[in-house]
Ligand binder design. Structure first.
Ligand SMILES: [Zn+2]
Length: 458
């Protein structure tokens, strides 16, 4: 039994334009068997289904290569690492994965999560227990004392429930890769730099060149891709020289990095939505603002866009990702903002940005060769949109425009269900945002004693 989809206009992702008068046909296994003009389409046989999407823009399902399923829309690193049991985080991850799907994202990569959470969510969906996006799963980040995810002081260390796995030697890194591969990850995530800088301000790479070479060598030998967090120039350069498959951020890359990336064939996932949302949403009363982080992020964003435009001009492919899972990037809300940023700040045409968010980004996903483009033989993962994203990519952020989401042919509907973040995520023990000196209290116009707490004897 086949299903025929009549499309108002069809953007297959294989070319830069959308065509009118097109039909998709997919079989009972959810595989496309025909994509082309309705005139030349196979006739419907008895028992075939027909979907009339004549008023809609049909395109491949969107791909987000940077969504952390286990973070839970966290406000602090402690929320991510400490408070909720792993089992709860997995159930929560499944709930949030469905929010991504409802936003039109039929594939996500979860590049770095605690325990076996992402691969368990992936399996529960793959085995047909729940509806959800296709998940490409990593395990814990490999990190060092200089890397992201080793947040806490050395006398606390990196807890077992953390998103990081602190490796203290090359052998330990290799052993961790072997463990993760045995457990079934699709890719290995490395914190190749973090927050530590040299006195001159340059980000320090967390692993040296020999170490990252060994990590990439072993992961590739075991048939797994490698994705790294590399904000700084040094980590970006080491990653490229080591042949890392996907480099996140690369904000301070220079010509030497560009040459090395072109040589290795690495791809960049800028993930600009996260810093952009930090700048746009953080309010003056919030700790990130009070610590002066917003001005820093703003400067970094500008530098990043300048550098990434050069990388793009040099021909380096880019993948879309949002770093969803933080309080500024809640699941299902901002994934497609990255597409708009590609257009507005990196100089992509709308068509090029849509192709980045579909076929190009699918290139990193598990079984990616069967995803991302609508053509016979590939999976029938597609969305039907009210309006044309080729005219305005911003409409992809408007959930009311995402009318239908199909994954392997099946139309999925995710029930709208809210949740209370105080129960689900926010467990950190932050109690105050201000310091109540006598001067500050006077400045705020608070009169101590104004609240009468003890009833006076009459
Ligand atoms: Zn991330």
């Amino acid at each position: 039994m086949a299903t025929h989809v009549r499309c108002g206009s069809l953007f297959t992702g294989a070319e830069d334009l959308a065509r009118a008068g097109q039909t998709l046909v997919f079989d009972g296994a959810g595989r496309l068997s025909y994509v082309g003009p309705t005139d030349a389409a196979p006739r419907t046989a008895p028992g075939d289904g027909v979907l009339d999407y004549g008023g809609l823009f049909v395109m491949p399902g969107l791909q987000d290569v940077h969504t952390h399923l286990a973070y839970g829309n966290a406000k602090t690193e402690e929320d991510i690492d400490l408070y909720q049991p792993m089992e709860f985080r997995a159930i929560r991850g499944l709930f949030f994965a469905q929010k991504c799907l409802a936003a039109g994202y039929t594939s996500i990569c979860a590049p770095g999560d605690a325990g076996q959470i992402s691969l368990s969510v992936r399996n529960a969906i793959d085995y047909g227990l729940f509806d959800g996006p296709r998940v490409t799963a990593a395990g814990r980040y490999l990190t060092t004392r200089q890397g992201l995810t080793d947040w806490y002081p050395t006398w606390i260390g990196v807890p077992d429930t953390s998103i990081g796995r602190l490796v203290t030697s090359r052998d330990e890194a290799i052993e961790e890769i072997r463990v993760q591969v045995k457990n079934g990850v699709d890719c290995i995530k490395v914190a190749l730099d973090g927050v530590q800088r040299r006195p001159d301000g340059e980000f320090i790479a967390a692993f040296n060149q020999g170490e990252i070479d060994a990590i990439v060598g072993e992961a590739h030998r075991l048939g797994r891709k490698v994705v790294v967090h590399a904000r700084g120039r040094e980590a970006t350069l080491y990653a490229a020289r080591a042949g890392v498959d996907l480099i996140f951020h690369a904000y301070y890359l220079d010509q030497e990095c560009i040459d090395a990336i072109l040589e290795s064939g690495s791809v960049i996932g800028p993930t600009l939505t996260f810093p952009r949302n930090i700048v746009d949403f953080t309010r003056p009363t919030e700790p990130a603002y009070l610590k002066g982080r917003i001005a820093d992020v703003q400067r970094e964003y500008q530098t990043a866009c300048e550098n990434l435009r050069k990388a793009r001009a040099a021909g380096i492919p880019m993948m879309t990702g949002s770093d969803s899972g933080f309080a500024v990037t809640p699941y299902g809300e901002w994934h497609a903002r990255e597409i708009e940023i590609f257009v507005n700040d990196l100089g992509f045409t709308p068509a090029a940005a849509l192709r980045a968010a579909t076929g190009v980004t699918a290139g990193f996903m598990a079984k990616g060769a069967s995803l991302g483009i609508l053509e016979p033989g590939r999976a029938a993962d597609f969305i039907a949109v009210a309006g044309s994203p080729l005219e305005s990519v911003a409409i992809l952020q408007d959930r009311t425009c995402i009318r239908h989401v199909h994954i392997a042919g099946k139309r999925v509907e995710v029930p709208e269900r809210g949740y209370d973040p105080r129960q689900v995520t926010d467990q950190a023990w932050t109690n105050w945002n201000d310091l109540y000196t006598r001067e500050r209290v006077a400045e705020l116009g608070i009169r101590p004693g104004r609240r009468n707490l003890v009833a006076q004897p009459s």
